[in-house]
Design a protein around this ligand. Structure first.
Ligand code: NAD
Length: 500
């Protein structure tokens, strides 16, 4: 109890066995061409967890070649959707069977709560796989209404080789969010996981092989963004890049695609999502939701509810209860089932979050709780709440990606709609109210890809997910995500003897 007490992760940390640390290319685990490796660290202690083969351009070239061969000559794009779906379902079963190990890997590599890995991340990943396994044999074209003596129809064809570049905050979900629809479409992929969290992706490559995914269809090349990542985005033989990460890197990826072969790009980027609580809300419920919205996964969530707008009638009560709730959010070892929040993913993020907290203080916001490291060792930060935040402050505009809530008071619906929309981002928003009219009006007025009403983080594979504005474009999840991995071809046939 008491997040502001010291977490004590160092004694007796459980470190899972690490089986896969090499690149996965053409169905084999191989060393990097350069022989180089990089360290992935345990955020609970800062200690090295594993040395992982470090992909660079030469390795990415090999991985793309293997994906290209598998696409042009292999079985995967040519087998029936039903068969692809069966193999994907088998992969889902295997992932499920290895839940304990996989949740522990993400726990040690990313500082994610192992219990939640088991009950949220891994089940979400397998659900995603099964959802798209079911979609694989339902990829339809259309019959076209063409004028004159012609007949027309469309074919949906896989785009080809897809480069997948993902961040570290949800290593498992991000992998399957992109890979599942790509596989269903009949594409082949080269995945570059984040350098902070390469371990589970390598494990998934291994399981995919066991499930019967042919060699070359899934390749995994851990490495750094400016080297391995850039080699993928500038590659002349990659047809599309599916990216999740920061807005800054998203911009680099578009530039790189434009300068190379004009490959397709889809970007899921940052956010600064508002959670808006109206006077008629149940305050306890709203406080709980706001705590989850910002402190879940230590605030390392692109849709984190980092700006909490509370209407003036309940503001004082809300603030008091929110502070208590934050102080009862237990910081500690992610392997301990009583922990609510583990360490930030690495030293850079830890320092970045603390810097934002300093900005908040120096710009005149009032720090009500938290604001400091929560342990002597590892990258733990206290759940932090600022009030007296104004829209022009850095902490109200920029994505902190850490456990820092900015609480703001508002009066009217018009005012809060304007404020909710006043950042460059548009990923998600939350609304807490009992009024249908307010909920509907605000849902339609907020420029964001997802709006949650009286809930937060309610994800489903069937609900398209993505950004407005500088939160990116393209959608993950839902059948809409298939569009990123399919080309549409029109076939027009002359019908000279048609009676009409
Ligand atoms: P990041 O953009 O630095 O890194 C993401 C990935 O891009 C990593 O794999 C990294 O190696 C790679 N990369 C970095 N530079 C590259 C380059 N020049 N070329 C190609 N690839 C490159 O982001 P991060 O700090 O790891 O992750 C946090 C960010 O991700 C946050 O801004 C967050 O909002 C965003 N995010 C968005 C979503 C979403 O769905 N919209 C989900 C999770 C995280």
């Amino acid at each position: 109890n008491g997040s502001n007490g010291k977490a004590a992760p160092a004694a007796g940390v459980v470190v899972p066995e690490i089986k896969f640390t090499k690149l996965f290319i053409n169905g084999e685990f191989v060393d990097a061409a350069s022989g180089k490796t990089f360290e992935t660290r345990d955020p609970r202690t800062g200690d090295v967890l594993a040395h992982v083969a470090e992909a660079d351009k030469a390795d990415v070239d090999l991985a793309v070649k293997s994906a290209r061969d598998a696409f042009e000559h292999g079985k995967w794009p040519r087998m029936s959707g039903y068969e692809r779906g069966r193999i994907m379902s088998k992969l889902a079963d295997l992932v499920e069977q290895h839940t304990e190990e996989l949740a522990a890997l993400d726990g040690a590599d990313a500082g994610k709560l192992v219990l939640l890995g088991k009950i949220i991340d891994i089940p979400a990943a397998t659900q995603m796989l099964r959802y798209y396994a079911g979609a694989a044999d339902k990829i339809h074209g259309e019959v076209l209404r063409v004028s004159g003596k012609y007949q027309g129809y469309t074919l949906k064809e896989p785009v080809g080789v897809v480069g997948v570049i993902i961040p570290w905050n949800f290593p498992t979900m991000m992998f399957f969010l992109k890979v599942s629809p790509a596989l269903a479409a009949g594409c082949t992929v080269v995945v570059k996981p984040a350098e902070q969290t390469p371990l589970s992706a390598l494990y998934y490559a291994h399981l995919a092989k066991l499930a019967g995914v042919p060699d070359g269809v899934i390749n995994v090349v851990p490495g750094f963004g400016p080297t391995a990542g850039a080699a993928l985005t500038s590659h002349m033989d990659v047809d599309s890049v599916a990216f999740t990460g920061s807005t800054e890197v998203g911009r680099l990826i578009m530039e790189s695609a434009a300068r190379s072969n004009l490959k397709m790009v889809s970007l899921e980027l940052g956010g600064k999502s508002p959670l808006i609580v109206f006077d008629d809300a149940d305050v306890d419920m709203a406080v709980n939701l706001s705590r989850l919205a910002i402190f879940y996964n230590k605030g390392e969530v692109c849709v984190a509810g980092s700006r909490v707008y509370v209407q003036e009638g309940i503001y004082d009560e809300f603030v008091k209860k929110a502070v208590e709730a934050a102080q009862n959010w237990k910081v500690g070892d992610p392997f301990d089932v009583t922990t609510n929040m583990g360490p930030q993913v690495d030293k850079d993020q830890f320092e970045r979050v603390l810097k934002y907290i300093e900005h908040g203080k120096s710009e005149g916001a009032t720090l009500l709780t938290g604001g400091k490291p929560a342990a002597d060792k590892g990258y733990y930060i206290e759940p932090t709440i600022f009030v007296d935040v104004t829209e022009d402050m850095k902490i109200a505009q920029e994505e902190i990606f850490g456990p820092v809530m900015s609480l703001m008071k508002f009066r009217s619906v018009d005012e809060v709609i304007e404020k909710a929309n006043c950042t460059k981002y548009g990923l998600a928003a939350g609304i807490v109210t009992k009024s249908l009219d307010i909920a509907n009006r605000v849902s339609r007025s907020v420029r964001a890809g997802t709006v949650w009403v009286n809930c937060y983080y309610a994800f489903d594979p069937d609900a398209p997910f993505g950004g407005y504005k500088m939160s990116g474009f393209g959608r993950d999840q839902g059948l809409a995500a298939m569009d990123k991995y399919l080309q549409v071809k029109s076939v027009i046939t002359a019908l000279p003897d048609s009676p009409w």
